[in-house]
Design a protein. Structure first.
Length: 191
């Protein structure tokens, strides 16, 4: 009996031990509608590349959870809605891909350029989530372009109606809104 006691105690404890929460049914990502063709090659003279920096974000977006504006001053997070990365990095990657595909220009990742970033696009992503009061996804991005010709700024906003406040519906609506915004920003950057 003395030898069986440790085994019985260990078996009883296995139901109590947990190595993390249950994973969500899926993770959300953004997918660019316009992409660079495989095998395409690009080159840029000094100062002609575009570098898109990761946007600054408020505290509510420094997470891979999806914020929901529930009131004027209250925020919740949507159940089972988790991004594969933080919203600002997902948005930066989508924006880079769309700008490169639409403009034909070399678009650099800030982590990989060395000496000549060319035109630099910086910004602040103020909103990237769901407004439960209006049943709309909301993206608000303040962009700044700095280059040899000076500095320009502009605020971009996109909203997309949702008919269900579940993770999949909201992620799809945010993806559509992010792609529309990326087209607007692309036209502004190279225009």
């Amino acid at each position: 009996m003395k030898r069986l006691f440790p085994l019985i105690a260990l078996a009883a404890l296995t139901g109590c031990i947990s190595f993390g929460s249950e994973p969500p049914p899926f993770l959300m990502a953004l997918s660019p509608d316009q992409q660079i063709e495989s095998g395409s090659s690009r080159a840029a003279a000094m100062g002609q590349a575009i570098t898109i920096q990761r946007p600054e974000v408020p505290q509510k977006l420094i997470t891979n959870r999806l914020p929901v504006q529930t009131g004027e001053t209250t925020i919740a997070y949507l159940a089972d809605a988790l991004w594969v990365d933080t919203p600002n990095e997902l948005f930066r990657a989508l924006l880079s891909e769309v700008v490169a595909a639409r403009s034909g220009r070399v678009v650099l990742d800030p982590a990989t350029y060395s000496e000549d970033p060319g035109t630099i696009v910086r910004g602040q992503l103020h909103e990237f989530g769901l407004d439960a009061r209006t049943n709309e996804t909301v993206i608000v991005y303040d962009a700044t372009i700095s280059g040899a010709d000076g500095v320009r700024t502009r605020r971009f906003e996109q909203r997309e109606r949702v008919f269900s406040q579940d993770a999949q519906s909201v992620a799809q609506a945010l993806n559509r809104a992010a792609n529309r915004m990326a087209i607007e920003i692309s036209d502004w950057v190279v225009g």
